[in-house]
Design a protein around this ligand. Structure first.
Ligand SMILES: NCc1[nH]cc(CCC(=O)O)c1CC(=O)O
Ligand SMILES: [Mg+2]
Length: 331
């Protein structure tokens, strides 16, 4: 009795109404975070390896923020592009209270107080060598000195009024140090989104073009701090440390090639878990789309739904504006 021909799973798939009734995962604009690149120049500038994504002046950023709030996207994640002459060995521009990132945060929070603003806490846009931390004489990234710099950077973002700081550097102990400093300075409500399981991935290539750290980094890699793509237990260890140190949310990065990690993290900890569909994933999809090989709307919504199905509460995606528009048309 319990098998064919009595049991026919295709019955439920026959009509749109019963497919809708049994659908488990529904993507909405609430699941989207839009990463944006901000530059010191006027207007917008295309990023060749990320067709459709542009670097924005603060004025243009405000226009995009208006679209994002109108589409009910909960938050933007800011990525500043630092002029080469502002980069240095000690990355001091990272905690300049009048820095581009800090000015962008103030402008956004003034105009769109209800739109969430997330800033990246990491030194790579500001170091002359493109690494996420300060180097010793042998080129090794020094953990504890870097953490001191990250604390100054995070405090300057909090002072500018950011809602969420997102340390993406993978130094040990930085969540606890940043949390402690935020408490001491009275920023009790500043949330921390920890890039806890961030892999040393080749899928970040187009992002490094976008922020101009690719040329600074040259042939070097980030394997002494970002995780080995072959590991999963290490991701759980990293997440447990960041939670114990005071993270409110955790991130797995990249997204689609790492859905097993998203699933394990969500199951093990049951905390707000985010995934980053990174620049290389965007470039890969976009290249096939522009060649006419993939259907954009269907593939992008499928990819984002899959990330949510794996356990993510939200996805950072360069497709956020388009996806939110398509989702609105579907209702
Ligand atoms: N700390 C820097 C940072 N923050 C986000 C990304 C990548 C995002 C993307 O590829 O879209 C990177 C690049 C890196 O670690 O080299
Ligand atoms: Mg860690």
């Amino acid at each position: 009795m319990s098998s064919y021909p009595y049991v026919r799973p295709r019955r439920m798939r026959r009509d749109e109404f019963s497919r809708r009734l049994m659908r488990e995962t529904v993507l909405t604009s609430n699941d989207l975070i839009y990463p944006v690149f901000v530059h010191e120049l006027e207007g917008r500038e295309a990023i060749p390896s990320m067709p459709g994504v542009e670097r924005l002046s603060i004025d243009e950023l405000l226009r995009v923020a208006e679209q994002a709030s109108e589409l009910r996207i909960p938050a933007l994640a800011l990525f500043p592009v630092t002029a080469p002459e502002a980069k240095s060995l000690d990355a001091a521009a990272a905690w300049d209270e009048d820095g581009l990132c800090q000015r962008a945060v103030r402008a956004l929070k003034r105009r769109f107080p209800e739109l969430g603003v997330i800033t990246d806490v990491a030194l790579d846009p500001y170091t002359s060598h493109g690494q996420d931390g300060l180097l010793d004489d042998y080129g090794y990234v020094i953990n504890d000195l870097t953490v001191e710099a990250l604390v100054k950077q995070a405090l300057s973002h909090a002072a500018a009024g950011v809602d969420i700081v997102a340390p993406s550097d993978m130094m040990d102990g930085r969540i606890g140090e940043i949390r402690g400093a935020l408490e001491v300075e009275g920023y009790l409500h500043t949330r921390i989104l920890a890039y806890s399981a961030k892999y040393a991935s080749a899928f970040y290539g187009p992002f490094r073009d976008a922020v101009g750290s690719a040329s600074a980094l040259g042939k070097a890699d980030k394997k002494t701090y970002q995780m080995d793509p072959a590991n999963t237990d290490e991701a759980l260890h990293e997440v447990s440390l960041d939670l114990a140190e005071g993270a409110d949310m955790v991130m797995v990065k990249p997204g689609m090639p790492y859905l097993d990690i998203v699933r394990r993290v969500k199951e093990e900890f049951g905390v707000p878990t985010f995934a980053y569909q990174v620049s290389g994933e965007y470039a890969m999809l976009k290249a096939a789309i522009l060649n006419g090989w993939l259907d954009e709307r269907a593939c992008v919504l499928e990819a984002l739904t899959s990330i949510k199905r794996a356990g993510a509460d939200g996805v950072l995606t360069y497709f956020a504006l388009d996806a939110a528009r398509w989702l609105r048309e579907q209702d």
